[in-house]
Every structure is written in structure tokens, then in C-alpha cells.
Design a protein around this ligand. Structure first.
Ligand code: ADP
Ligand code: ADP
Length: 230
């Protein structure tokens, strides 16, 4: 029923900063979730827990009904189920050409050449970037890089994709295009988590809003509910 649940997550950075202080939340499958909160509320720290990069000092995470473990095999498995799209595509893209870039993920999954090719073709088609397939990634525009960074993750076929500020630094045209794309992806059964500062966009786009403060979730629910009680 739930794509993920967290129970009483606590996390302290080495300098003693208590970044998560008892975060508990349950999220149903196939939702469009906006994660809101002021700078320093703990959004990034929480998201890094969902992809297994940080390990809670206390509490647990249940993904797809299974408690998250931190051995190598479990983390590799998680990486194929949960995708993460960086705010800045420049730090995500590292291959010479678009085709190489998008094929990297499925190749790592150990798929046959034919399956890899099909994954890449589909991811480029879904992001409407087929015409870029032979281009060097370095010379793409910022918006094109953003789309390719999303194609990268789609090619892995994850159950959930996390987007950190997906429309930051984009013009209105690309912003629209990215939000439409997120809707399309969601309609195919992928759960989406979007961290954002943009309350209006969250209200418009999301079906579930999580508001973080001081390392915990202070509000969770549909937009109408969240913004009525302000
Ligand atoms: P938030 O605080 O809402 O999580 P930030 O904008 O502070 O988001 O960014 C989170 C992380 O991403 C920080 O470590 C920051 O240094 C990094 N970051 C933000 N914008 C850029 C950018 N344009 N290029 C590279 N790194 C960035
Ligand atoms: P947000 O993404 O909402 O801006 P963060 O998760 O980045 O929040 O930060 C939560 C808290 O943890 C803040 O007090 C922040 O200063 C602190 N923090 C984040 N990264 C580190 C780090 N690497 N070392 C120490 N403290 C950190």
C-alpha cells in the first residue's frame, strides 16, 4: 500500500547538528508529493535517507514494504528502485554523448544490448529529446541538460523518482515542459517526490504536500487541507 514509510528517523551530522529529529511519515503509492520547508529544515537530509546515502542514527525506513538495509546488495537494489534527479544537471551528466549518458544506467543493470537500446529509445522519446541522441552533452542548453538528466533516470525504470527543485533556473517554457513530464511519468505509475521552495507550484502540481520544519514533518496531506489551516 505504501511506497515508503519512515518511523522516528533521527540523524545528526558529525558536527552535532540534529538534522532529523523524529521524522515519521507514510506515503501511498503513485502520488505526486511536494516537499516544502525553509532552508535548513532538513529536506536534503531526508531525501538522502530515501536513497540510502545517509543512514539514520535511529529509526527505520520501509520501502515497498521492506525495511531498508545498508549492505551493498540492498543498496544496489534500492538504487534501481529510487531515482534521484539533481537540481543542477551539470553535476549529474558525465558522459560524452547523450546516447552514452542515458545508456549508462541500464547498462549497469546488466541488461542485454537490445534491452539497453530499447530503454534509451523510450527514455529519449518520453522526454521528447530523441533529436539530441548523437549530440555531445557538453554543448546542450541548460534546459536540454535538465531533460537528459531526467531521461537518465527514466532509463533505469525506478518505482519512485526524487527531484530536487526540478524547475530551478529554468525559463517558463521549460518549467511547463518539466512539470508536464513529471505528470506523464506519474501517470505511468511512478511515485514522484519534488523538493521545492515554490509554494504556488506545489499547490498546483502536487496531490500530497509534506511540510518540514526542524528535522520533522509538521504537516502532511492534500494541498486543500494543508493550505486551509495556515
Ligand atoms: P535546499 O536548501 O532547498 O535543499 P539548496 O539550493 O540549498 O537547496 O541546495 C542544496 C545543495 O545543492 C547544496 O549543497 C548546494 O550547495 C547545492 N546546489 C544548489 N544549487 C546549485 C547549483 N546551481 N550548482 C551546484 N550545486 C548547487
Ligand atoms: P534543507 O535541505 O531543508 O535546506 P538540510 O537537510 O540541508 O535542509 O539541512 C538540515 C540541517 O542540517 C541544517 O541545520 C543544516 O545547516 C545542517 N546540515 C546540512 N548539511 C550538513 C553537513 N554536511 N554538516 C553539518 N550540518 C549540516
Amino acid at each position: 500500500r505504501y511506497i515508503f514509510e519512515t518511523q522516528d528517523l533521527h540523524f545528526d551530522y558529525p558536527d552535532g547538528t540534529a538534522a532529523l529529529q523524529g521524522l515519521s511519515v507514510s506515503i501511498e503509492r503513485n502520488k505526486k508529493i511536494a516537499l516544502l520547508g525553509a532552508n535548513g529544515a532538513g529536506k536534503s537530509t531526508f531525501l538522502l535517507h530515501l536513497i540510502g546515502i545517509l543512514k539514520p542514527v535511529k529509526g527505520k525506513i520501509i520501502f515497498n514494504g521492506q525495511e531498508l538495509k545498508y549492505d551493498r546488495a540492498s543498496l544496489i537494489n534500492l538504487r534501481n528502485k529510487v531515482g534521484y534527479v539533481f537540481q543542477d544537471p551539470e553535476i549529474q551528466l558525465f558522459s560524452a554523448s547523450v546516447w552514452q549518458e542515458v545508456s549508462f544506467g541500464p547498462m549497469n543493470l546488466g541488461l542485454t544490448n537490445e534491452d539497453v537500446e530499447n530503454r534509451v529509445i523510450r527514455a529519449l522519446k518520453d522526454t521528447d529529446t530523441t533529436c539530441l541522441k548523437d549530440r555531445p552533452t557538453h554543448f546542450l542548453s541548460y534546459g536540454q541538460k535538465k531533460l537528459i538528466s531526467i531521461a537518465d533516470i527514466l532509463a533505469i525504470n525506478p518505482d519512485m523518482i526524487i527531484f530536487d527543485e526540478p524547475t530551478a533556473s529554468l525559463d517558463p517554457k521549460y518549467t511547463h515542459r518539466i512539470l508536464d513530464l513529471l505528470n506523464d511519468i506519474n501517470q505511468r505509475g511512478v511515485s514522484i517526490v519534488m523538493a521545492t521552495h515554490d509554494v504556488d507550484k506545489a499547490y498546483e502540481w502536487a496531490d500530497t504536500i509534506l511540510v518540514m520544519k526542524d528535522g520533522g514533518i509538521i504537516k502532511a496531506g492534500p494541498p486543500e487541507e494543508i493550505f486551509n489551516n495556515e
